[in-house]
Ligand binder design. Structure first.
Ligand code: N01
Length: 533
């Protein structure tokens, strides 16, 4: 142990919703813990993604912690879908209310985490060289926390300002009078484009793939509805779980399989869910994500909407995706398609004419040059494994996690990986994570991990490690579940396909309720599948 190292029971990396709750839960259980956070405050994804229009696509009354009845009662969401500033305010409120900051070290990036099997303990080293030791280590680093910064030739020569939606400045950005370019039309682009268009003199959107987006239908939250939800919050959240979708307790059940409906009934349900808005659209048919025929009907419905909403037929066609709807994550927008009716907005198809370079004055594609004062990259994230890959994590025999996962991540239940004793992940690959309501998955994972640590303390176990064969069985199950759906039929970030050369493994676990049941069974059986030492 180094001379000036500090020692804790548990070291946690990341002070987003996962890291904050992990700290709180561990404290309640009597463990000493320290959190490390790169940012200068709490909030994780909501700390970094401050771009105009950033908003959650899960309803605010559900995108909230459930563990504290007092917290539920004292917090009032103001909109159906909370915007980034309000979610960040909530994260800060939680940090204050539970006095979390005294155990969080801000402005601190952990560079390495090495396991010493002799001691045994984990040694974390930050970028300033300070070391910390602990029996356990928990990565609460999020699934979408490492923005992709495309290496476009000439980028450094650009005289204007460059922005990344995933690392937006803390001060307001004013695009008034500017010619702005946005690259990327996933959720971040789709949320920011309408607001940038309102400010900019000219907005040029560079689209590689058209995305499907459904109107979010955001609105102020009806105080009566808010109070009704609070009046019996546990039952409300139970309805979310019972829905099988993990969010949308207020929504009607799905309309059944498309094949059981007449064409006019199919259109009626699609219309109804388009009117309801947001990701709930995927519930218009119970088999939208399972059957290509059902999916094709929904695709055509959205393309018809795009053609209705966008006045210029050529622009409308460019905005029409032809992929499987929901295979890449569905987006929820406010006025996205309508934005293309504005005289100051143009859409460039960079599939037809690829970006060749960034110049001092703007952006050059294979058939034109676009003068720009500012350029916004809404180009997504190194999802699922990106944050773990960026730390030099080494296990019991000195092996690097990134080497062990060179053909794709493998975990048991998404919380542990074989060869890395006493190391945990919250909402790691192999757990439902991004296919669920993240807050609910975070609470479940945190509570399960804390119970495991308490079990170890009671049974005087020093080490826990996922069994390699059980991990294989689990990842085969995750893959098999994915294969029952249409999620594997496109190049999405869910499976790492948005990054050239990244192994393509669909790692979120389909089926939240079955996952939780399985976690509970494992715990009840004395954590079967895990070795203790
Ligand atoms: O990223 P994305 P995102 N040159 O990967 C394009 C969550 N989120 O940040 O599809 C040109 O979806 C890329 O094109 P293509 C949510 O889960 C949630 O928007 O690869 N273009 C695509 O159009 C979401 O799904 C909210 O052909 C390039 C876009 O950039 C996830 O985060 C809000 C390119 C990237 O889209 C990711 O969303 C925001 C290049 N080199 C985000 N590289 C909520 O509402 C990429 N693209 C909660």
């Amino acid at each position: 142990m180094s001379r000036d190292a500090e020692r804790f029971d548990v070291l946690i990396i990341g002070a987003g919703f996962a890291g904050m709750y992990m700290l709180h839960r561990l404290r309640l259980a009597g463990f000493s813990a320290r959190v490390f956070e790169v940012g200068d405050d709490v909030g994780g994804t909501w700390y970094w993604n401050r771009y105009p229009g950033a908003r959650c696509d899960v309803e605010s009354v559900e995108y909230a912690y459930e563990f504290s009845p007092e917290l539920v009662q004292e917090w009032d969401w103001t909109e159906r879908y909370a915007a980034q500033p309000e979610i960040l305010k909530y994260a800060n409120h939680v940090a204050d209310r539970f006095d979390l900051r005294r155990d969080i070290q801000f402005d601190c990036r952990i560079a390495s985490a090495h396991y010493d099997a002799e001691e045994p303990h984990w040694t974390l080293t930050d970028t300033a060289g300070q070391q910390y030791h602990s029996q356990f280590c928990v990565f609460a680093t999020g699934c979408l926390s490492v923005p992709i910064k495309p290496d476009v030739p000439g980028l450094e020569s650009f005289a204007g300002e460059i922005f990344y939606t995933g690392e937006w400045p803390h001060q307001p950005v004013d695009f008034s009078g500017q010619r702005v370019g946005v690259i990327g039309t996933g959720s971040s682009g789709i949320q920011s484009i309408p607001l940038i268009a309102e400010q900019a003199q000219q907005l040029t959107v560079f689209q590689r793939s058209a995305s499907y987006t459904v109107p979010a239908r955001n609105e102020p939250l009806d105080p009566q509805l808010r109070e009704a939800v609070k009046a019996d919050y546990p039952a409300f959240r139970q309805r979310s779980r019972d829905s099988g979708y993990i969010f949308g307790a207020r929504m009607p059940a799905n309309a059944g399989f498309a094949s059981c409906l007449s064409p006019s009934e199919q259109q009626m349900h699609l219309e109804n869910y388009w009117r309801i808005g947001g990701l709930f659209f995927a519930r218009a048919f119970g088999d939208m994500q399972l059957d290509t025929g059902a999916n094709a009907i929904a695709q055509e419905f959205v393309r018809t909407k795009i053609r209705d909403l966008v006045h210029d037929p050529e622009v409308a066609e460019r905005l029409c995706p032809d992929a499987i709807i929901g295979c890449k994550r569905l987006c929820a927008d406010t006025g996205y398609y309508e934005t293309y009716n504005r005289p100051n907005v143009s859409l460039v198809d960079i599939n037809a004419a690829p970006i060749e370079s960034i110049t001092e004055k703007g952006l050059r594609t294979s058939d034109a040059e676009y003068p720009l004062d500012a350029l916004v990259f809404a180009t997504g994230f190194d999802a699922m494994t990106g944050a773990l890959d960026r730390v030099d994590i080494r296990g019991a025999s000195g092996q690097r996690l990134s080497d062990v996962w060179q053909y794709g991540p493998a975990t048991l239940l998404g919380v542990q990986t074989a060869g890395f004793p006493n190391l945990f992940m919250i909402t790691g690959p192999g757990s439902p994570s991004v296919l669920s309501n993240m807050l609910q998955s975070i609470e479940q994972n945190v509570e399960w991990i804390t119970d495991l640590l308490k079990y170890m303390r009671e049974h005087e176990h020093e080490c826990v490690e996922a069994q390699a064969d059980q991990q294989t069985v689990w990842m085969e199950y995750v893959a098999a579940m994915a294969e029952t759906t249409l999620y594997t039929r496109c190049n999405s970030w869910y499976r790492g396909a948005n990054i050239e050369g990244k192994p393509q493994v669909f790692s979120p676990c389909v089926g939240y309720n079955q996952y939780v049941e399985y976690c509970d069974e494992v715990a009840a059986a004395g954590y079967s599948g895990f070795d203790f030492g």
